[in-house]
Design a protein around this ligand. Structure first.
Ligand SMILES: [Ca+2]
Ligand SMILES: [Ca+2]
Length: 404
């Protein structure tokens, strides 16, 4: 039996909930929280979600913690009792001193682990010859901390952070590293491999997806409605775009249900947002026309096949999911997806709570991405897809940047 199904069993009936359009106030609050998750630095995220106050310090409960690292999904489903019947391995890893609540330093360590790309970790393991000792593993995590936006900020300010004493000392960070390494280096194990480390990252991903899935109304056959599935896609969009898609969703008559395994497959592909966008864009270039539902199906099936996790667990994306994806994103109702309909719509989960998703100037970022796409197309002898700016416009933009 697959690992994820095992994980799912204890909760199959536990999260009975009600589903209705989320109340107006709830939506405002959720949208605000998504903005924080996508754009704010870890200190701000911690301050927003930590609900336990002891003397002058704030701490996160397990529920606060999951709320902070998963998006608000625009549904009114309430699964507050989730953790009564579900022990979280992810929380255990994060709670380094085992006191049942997360301090800022414990939270911060976890965010570094979550937001550092698998590819970077792979390179680090490779530089040590593929397997690492406990001390080498701690060195890798310290390096990851330095690279994180927050770590850089600490170096720049010589370790003096302003907001409410949310600092992380090297000793605190090391304590978290040691707790995590207990998992790897038990029974006198001396070395761990890249693969063993990735298994842990996958386990974290699975648990987060399982939690997200149960934030919708789940039937006894472990499925959610197509409408809720559409909402899960919207929850990963930049907040500035969500309202438009939620309005669109109200006009769509979506039918069918989405099983947990299908939901997982889709979310795994969706979270590789840049890879997905590039694959769609190349398909578009190959065809020289907008993408049909059949094209999208091919792209998603290929990405699914390329994903080791999907392959190993026999996960695949259903036709219903593809229909929902295309109908939701097809803003001009042409029945096809144009690049502007999928470009910059999706936000990678890895950047949640790390200020990496924060786009100081979203237009400038979009402009840069478009230039990069045009560059690649031109390199392969294709016409640029996006309209190119005149040199005069470029100069004016440059001057504006210099003035600020
Ligand atoms: Ca703790
Ligand atoms: Ca279209």
């Amino acid at each position: 039996m697959n690992k994820y199904i095992l994980l799912a069993l204890p909760l199959a009936k536990a999260s009975v909930v009600f589903s209705a359009p989320a109340p107006y106030n709830e939506n405002i609050r959720g949208t605000y929280e998504n903005k924080i998750r996508q754009n704010a630095n870890p200190e701000k995220v911690f301050e927003t979600f930590a609900s336990i106050k002891e003397r002058k310090n704030y701490y996160m409960s397990v529920a606060d913690f999951f709320k902070a690292i998963t998006p608000y999904n625009y549904s009114s489903c309430v699964n507050q009792n989730f953790f009564d019947s579900h022990e979280s391995l992810v929380f255990k890893i994060a709670d380094a001193n085992g006191d049942g609540k997360l301090s800022f330093s414990e939270y911060f360590f976890f965010i570094v682990l979550l937001s550092t790309g698998a590819k970077w970790f792979k390179e680090m393991f490779k530089s040590y010859g593929g397997t690492v000792t406990r001390e080498q593993f701690i060195e890798i995590m310290k390096e990851a901390k330095k690279r994180s936006p927050q770590g850089k900020h600490m170096v720049n300010t010589k370790g003096h952070l302003d907001p409410r004493s949310s600092n992380v000392t090297d000793e605190q960070f090391r304590e978290s590293c040691l707790t995590l390494s207990e998992l790897f280096f038990k029974n006198d194990k001396n070395l761990i491999s890249w693969r063993e480390f990735m298994n842990l990252k996958n386990l974290i991903m699975e648990e987060l997806l399982y939690y997200e899935f149960h934030a919708f109304e789940v039937d006894e056959d472990m499925s959610i409605s197509s409408e809720d599935f559409a909402k899960s896609i919207i929850s990963y969009m930049p907040v500035s775009k969500a309202a438009e898609y939620l309005r669109r969703l109200e006009t769509l008559k979506l039918k069918g249900r989405v099983k947990y395994s299908e939901y997982m497959a889709f979310m795994i592909i969706l979270q590789q947002s840049k890879r997905l966008e590039n694959a769609l864009l190349f398909k578009r270039t190959e065809h020289g026309r907008a993408l049909s539902r059949k094209d999208i199906k091919k792209v998603l099936a290929k990405l699914c096949k390329d994903s080791k996790f999907c392959r190993n667990n026999g996960l695949s994306i259903s036709d219903i999911q593809i229909k929902v994806f295309v109908e939701l994103l097809d803003l001009d109702d042409s029945g096809f997806l144009e690049p502007e309909e999928f470009f910059n719509v999706l936000v990678s989960r890895d950047s949640f709570g790390t200020a990496q998703a924060s786009k100081p100037d979203i237009d400038l970022m979009a402009e840069k991405s478009k230039e990069a796409v045009n560059f690649v197309l031109k390199y392969f002898g294709f016409k640029p897809y996006f309209a190119e700016k005149s040199s005069q416009e470029k100069i004016t933009n440059k001057l504006n940047t210099l003035e600020h």
